[in-house]
Design a protein around this ligand. Structure first.
Ligand code: ADP
Length: 151
């Protein structure tokens, strides 16, 4: 018997969770695709956040539902607005890496009031997107913790 309370044990486990254990596959679009096509991709892929990459497959921005709604309110033709005009661009994109603690990533989601973070891998001249860490990822960890699959 360790003398630890149930909640101490839970906290200990929670603090060891890593991003790579809960990350999902990223859905990316090229920076020159139209807002219209981005909306279609969001529906087809069933995600709320798209990661925007350049020709070298490096992360250049993030596109959320709200960005697309904002663009839709204006009277512009969505087929002729490229996503790089309406996305949140680097260096203002919050990121995480696969070896980060899940709790640290969750903290970023709360602090920045966003739904997801790209999981990135640094490469020579930027960052490649290798995953997607969302509120759903964090919810999965919570449920797993409660149902003890981590024991
Ligand atoms: P939604 O638009 O569905 O509410 P978010 O709350 O995640 O989704 O997005 C709100 C704003 O934050 C958008 O302008 C979006 O571009 C931006 N955003 C989303 N994810 C990130 C991120 N990882 N880093 C920086 N900005 C982000």
């Amino acid at each position: 018997f360790t003398g630890k309370t149930g909640s101490e044990l839970l906290t200990e486990k929670l603090k060891k969770f890593k991003v790579h254990e809960y990350q999902a596959l990223p859905v990316v679009v090229q920076e020159d695709v139209s807002a219209y096509d981005a909306i279609c991709t969001m529906f087809l892929e069933d995600v709320g956040t798209l990661f925007v990459i350049n020709e070298q497959s490096l992360l250049v921005g993030v596109l959320s539902r709200k960005d697309l709604l904002r663009a839709s309110i204006g009277n512009q033709d969505l087929t002729s607005v490229p996503v790089h005009i309406i996305m949140t661009r680097m260096p203002n994109v919050s990121i995480c890496t696969k070896d980060d603690l899940l709790l640290d990533a969750a903290q970023k989601l709360i602090e920045k009031q966003i739904d997801g973070l790209p999981v990135v891998k640094p490469v020579e001249n930027g960052m490649e997107v290798i995953g997607r860490l969302t509120k759903t990822s964090v919810t999965k960890a919570l449920v797993e913790l409660a149902t003890d699959q981590h024991l």
